[in-house]
Design a protein around this ligand. Structure first.
Ligand SMILES: C[S@@+](CC[C@H](N)C(=O)[O-])C[C@H]1O[C@@H](n2cnc3c(N)ncnc32)[C@H](O)[C@@H]1O
Length: 244
């Protein structure tokens, strides 16, 4: 039954509204400064680079020339269809791979840079994805992220909790209330740069944003024991799968 519902959702809302109108929905925040934030996030990108959950490809114009090879991944078929159009029109040579971030079809230590914008809010288990990112990064390689996160103001965080169910269905399983920074701090990647700011022009319950760079330790040491870090009530890290 749940599968049938998800299929119907994917064939209707997922295809025509979420993927079909994604760029339109985001155009307001992109114009108000999200596009600049994407450029900031991607400025340090270099070498062999993979993007996870690429969506419709809104990061594509912002990759610097230091990126020598670009691989885009995305698991959701309606998004992949949109992305294919942008890849076709892009002068850069790009490889497009249909894959979820939990299980990337790439060897260990094969990328200098992993980039991802607004995916840890949607994946079923961010811890699993962070481990996979670490696996595909070369020792010393970097993970560039831009995520909307749980608000540090408890009043707004409570509103995020209230909005969560509706937002989950509107945003194709997105969580507006996840404590993503705490999840990242508890991973074995090391946060090297972090900027906490607001998504320009966004609604209050979705505006808290984090942009930064985390690195895989140069010695390629195995994952450390996760730290326990918390701010307020945690958003779900155990949501249903993306159903892609
Ligand atoms: C909010 S959108 C962000 C899209 C794009 N990264 C951007 O910045 O505009 C979330 C994206 O994550 C993708 N996604 C969902 N589940 C995923 C998974 N398990 N692994 C990787 N990406 C996933 C969705 O299909 C969607 O493209």
């Amino acid at each position: 039954m749940a599968n049938l519902l998800k299929k119907a959702y994917n064939a209707t809302w997922g295809k025509y509204v979420f993927a079909g109108m994604y760029d339109k929905f985001l155009s307001h925040v992109e114009k108000h400064g999200l596009a600049e934030k994407r450029a900031e996030m991607l400025a340090p990108a270099y070498g062999r680079t993979v993007e996870l959950g690429t969506g419709t490809g809104l990061n594509l114009p912002h990759y610097p020339d230091a990126v020598t090879e670009l691989v885009l991944t995305e698991p959701y078929p309606p998004m992949v269809a949109k992305l294919e159009e942008k890849v076709r029109d892009n002068p850069r040579r790009i490889q497009l791979t249909v894959a979820g971030a939990e299980r990337l079809p790439f060897p260990d230590a094969s990328f200098d840079t992993v980039a991802a914008a607004m995916i840890l809010c949607t994946v079923r288990d961010p811890d699993v994805v962070l481990k996979e990112i670490e696996r595909v990064l070369k020792p010393g390689g970097q993970y560039l992220f831009l995520e909307h996160v749980r608000n540090r103001d408890p009043r707004i965080a409570r509103r995020q909790d209230l909005m969560q169910i509706g937002w989950y269905w509107f945003g194709n399983e997105c969580h507006c209330n996840r404590p993503t920074l705490e999840t990242l701090a508890g991973s074995s990647l090391e946060i090297a740069d972090l900027q906490e700011s607001k998504m320009p022009g966004a609604w209050e319950f979705i505006e808290a944003m984090a942009i930064g760079r985390a690195v895989r330790r140069p010695d390629g040491a195995p994952a450390k024991e996760p730290e326990k870090v918390s701010v307020g009530k945690a958003g779900s890290n155990g949501s249903p799968d993306c159903g892609c």
